[in-house]
Design a binder for this molecule. Structure first.
Ligand code: BV8
Length: 246
């Protein structure tokens, strides 16, 4: 039985790495990107989540992010976030990697979180002016004026996320690659379409990890996964956690 085999692997000394995507936040009310009711369904990623889109129409891009920030501000972590936060305290060798920008893992108490795609709660100066930090937190919801202005140079602020075609933070990528040297690698709630995040599970397998996928739907990664749990994360993670010795 998959569950028994998985629980036996989750020993106190196990190195466990979990990578999450938008599906982990679905139960909290945060729309996913590519499901039928997802965010991208109403928008094309190329239209909004790229630096070219922002250069072309910063106001429209900010209206989308501001709408998402307002929505996420009303959401709370769900049981999936809570179990992963508990595991970050239970297992010394635990690492959480997320593609999500919503901050719900942090609000559930997971620390640290390796955020591959940045945070919707951060902003940066689009002009990258010398007086500005690279990224800083700005919780203003809603922004009264869009695009919000950099207080140093007066240019537009940008969302502190990683857009398509943009490089990820090299230190974060290095930490994620190091975290693939683990005993068990979970990929949870992701369509496994976006790189370099989607390539991590293969790296983990090459390092000898047992791979686990938790997703009600199959993904391009499913065929190579050792343990597939075709269930929602908010239901299956509490069941797995409940089988661990207390
Ligand atoms: C890069 C932040 C190097 C913003 C996001 C051409 C030019 C340049 C690059 C590329 C190119 N062609 C390809 C690339 C690489 C590109 C890429 O991978 N494209 C894909 C689409 C083919 N990647 C990049 O550009 C990355 N940078 O490569 O830099 C470089 C640079 C220049 C030139 C070349 C290379 C940057 C990628 C980051 C993009 N930013 N988001 C924002 O959020 O607004 S991506 C976006 O997708 C989110 O971060 C999201 O997390 C991510 C992945 O989506 P998922 O999380 O998987 O969500 P999705 O809705 O797709 O799936 C949800 C899943 O959950 C489903 O499977 C569903 O079944 C499941 N689910 C639903 N409910 C539940 C559930 N599971 C469990 N429980 C439930 N209850």
């Amino acid at each position: 039985m998959n569950l028994d085999r998985l629980v036996r692997l989750l020993t106190p000394g196990a190195r466990i790495t979990v990578m999450t995507g938008a599906g982990v936040s679905a139960a909290s009310g945060v729309p996913t990107f590519r499901s039928s009711t997802g965010l991208w369904k109403n928008f094309r990623a190329e239209d909004l989540a790229t630096p070219e889109a922002f250069a072309r129409d910063p106001r429209t891009v900010w209206e989308w992010y501001d709408w998402r920030r307002q929505l996420i501000a009303r959401c709370v972590p769900n049981a999936a976030h809570e179990v992963l936060a508990a595991w970050s305290r239970r297992f010394p060798g635990f690492t959480l990697i997320t593609q999500n920008v919503d901050g719900l893992h942090e609000r559930a108490g997971t620390d640290p979180v390796l955020r591959m795609h940045g945070s919707i709660w951060d902003v940066g100066c689009w002009n990258e002016c010398a007086a500005s930090a690279h990224r800083w937190r700005d919780d203003t919801v809603p922004f009264p004026v869009m695009p919000p202005a950099c207080r140093h140079c007066g240019g537009p602020l940008r969302p502190g996320v990683v857009w398509f075609g943009e490089m990820l933070d090299a230190e974060v990528v290095d930490a994620c690659l190091e975290a693939t040297r683990c005993d068990v690698f979970f990929t949870i709630g992701t369509s496994a379409l976006v790189y370099p995040a989607a390539g991590l599970v293969d790296r983990a397998r090459q390092h000898g990890a047992v791979t686990v996928e938790i997703n009600p739907e199959s993904t391009p990664a499913s065929g190579g996964i050792d343990i597939v749990i075709a269930q929602p994360a908010e239901l299956s993670l509490p069941v797995i956690d409940g089988q661990l010795p207390r």
